[in-house]
Design a protein around this ligand. Sequence first.
Ligand code: KG4
Ligand code: ZN
Length: 330
Amino acid sequence: MVAVAEQVGEKMKYILGIETSCDETAAAVLGEDLHVLANVVLSQIDIHKEFGGVVPEIASRNHVKGIDKVVQAAIREAGIELKDVSVVATTVEPGLPGAVMVGRVFGEALAVALGVPFIRVHHILGHIASIALTGERFKEHIALVVSGGHTSLYDVDANGIVTEIERTVDDAIGEAFDKVARVMGLEYPGGPVISKLADEYMGELINFVARPNYKIKGFSYSGLKTAVLNYINREQMAGRQIDKRKIAASFQVEAVEQIIYKCLRLLKDSKIKVLTVSGGVSANKHLRNRLAEECRNIGVKVYFPEMKYTGDNAAMIAASAIIGLKFKVT
Ligand code: KG4
Ligand code: ZN
């Protein structure tokens, strides 16, 4: 507990977290011991569904509409008053520019009005901190972040300094799930739908023959995505019905195997024997099972967030501020 504690010292009591970087308007109240007193998430998924993805301008407008109510709901749920807040922590990057700006301006103005410190949080550090909300505490670890915007591996040292090891060179894994779902006419967000269809399928898999050279640094999902799209187009042009379950299962296996390969390569020879997995895609059952199985084989402990903290939320943003995670300055 460094960053926030250093700034507020004895006064630190309740940390208000705010998150608006994409399509969730979220606020949370945490105690300094990372105890979550309130976690309110107003999802805009139903609004964006009809467009097949997030429309940035609509997201920003809905954050403006919802932010005040969401913050007030979090304060109420926590059983405190606004004047009891001793720190405001808010996502300030990355994200949809207009969307992230809403939370940032709201949070900063509130901090000024309350006369308390304002902590700027990087969204990815929030995802990494989401593991701490399960009550797990460890010093050094490798953090895998898999979401709609990121597929990255990081080294997190004992002081909470985060150094990127590798990231995707093109699409993020969640983005690939969403795009594949879209061409199959499935609803947004595609990850949960594909995952459900895949889990219902037991038969033979399609070989999409799109495996990137895993030995090269960086994740890559655009080849796999294109291979699936080409397969669907070919089948439809030939007048054949596509089997959505089979495509979903084949895509999911290939998407997850890339993660397995990269994590094992890194962890097998590393002194670090703890892996944390966070971000929206960390809700994926197949990914959880495969990582748990492979990590067990090489003596690595793997941790996932609670399901309610896999997607975007503000509890993880406040947690990052409390723990004091920081990117290494190069
Ligand atoms: O972390 P998140 O809520 O937002 C970003 O920071 O991007 O992640 C959202 C992503 C979406 O692409 C969504 O389809 C994916 O997480 N996702 C899943 C599952 N649940 C959500 N992907 C695969 N399997 C799931 N069960
Ligand atoms: Zn996220």
